[in-house]
Design a protein around this ligand. Structure first.
Ligand code: SF4
Length: 244
């Protein structure tokens, strides 16, 4: 089972990919300040139990963590240690942590992290060439059992080839959604796919985004079709490496 755990909500814009952040869009629509993060009512979800004493999240679940904030946000520093504690306790779950702040991650790891916990996947967002070098170097330097890259919203051509290899398990690519979405050019997607193929890294084209460009022509893709249109391209690649 896949589930979402948002231990805190709210974030501060950090890089080009944040310009049209959906957290900002949704919070501002209801008069809430998205730049003031706070713990949520589901802060303890991983260790929550039902009336029979069983964990609410079943063993084996994949838990997408902190999707309405950033797990390594500095304003969240006080809440992260208890969050790590719950992640440690639920070593039967897989926690997927997607971050634009991978450069901060090393300083935010728990004391007994060592070479990484088997139940945590760190995914660095790399949305454009300007951030690629610093984030990929930080991701590769980070002790972790599982490392992935998310190029979403893909904002331009990115050269990841110097960094791809066994240490990176997958690259996921997608366009931007929302009314002000910036274009995602299929040529950029295919270029990343080629880099992954050459390095033997798993590749996934997750969604087209709302403004998809192919052969110089722009297509406005409704939200409900963005995933299925990407799937129709059928360009995903498996990894050529054994899991680390
Ligand atoms: S890091 Fe993520 S959640 Fe935070 S502002 Fe940027 S896009 Fe939004």
């Amino acid at each position: 089972m896949d589930t979402i755990w948002n231990p805190w909500h709210g974030c501060v814009r950090y890089s080009p990919g944040c310009a049209h952040c959906y957290v900002y869009r949704r919070d501002e629509a209801v008069g809430r300040d998205p730049a003031v993060p706070a713990p949520t009512s589901t802060f303890d979800l991983p260790v929550r139990r039902d009336a029979a004493g069983r964990y609410v999240l079943p063993s084996g679940s994949v838990v997408y963590t902190c999707l309405t904030s950033d797990f390594f946000l500095d304003l969240a520093d006080p809440w992260r240690p208890p969050a790590w504690e719950m992640i440690r306790q639920r070593d039967d779950l897989t926690f997927v942590i997607i971050t634009k702040r991978v450069e901060r991650a090393h300083a935010c790891l728990p004391p007994d992290w060592e070479s990484g916990w088997h139940n945590v996947r760190i995914c660095a967002t790399v949305e454009c060439a300007e951030v690629a070098q610093a984030r990929m170097r930080a991701l590769l330097a980070l002790p972790a059992r599982h490392r992935s890259v998310i190029c979403e919203p893909l904002l331009g051509r990115i050269d990841l080839s110097p960094y791809l290899g066994r240490q990176i398990e997958s690259v996921t690519v997608g366009g931007e959604s929302g009314p002000d979405a910036r274009p995602c050019d299929y040529a950029w997607v295919l270029d990343l796919r080629r880099q992954c193929a050459e390095a033997g890294v798993a590749f996934r084209f997750k969604q087209t985004g709302a403004r998809f460009v192919r052969d110089g022509r722009t297509y406005l893709v409704p939200r409900r079709l963005q995933l299925s249109q990407a799937a129709k391209a059928a360009i995903d690649l498996p990894s050529a490496h054994d899991p680390i």
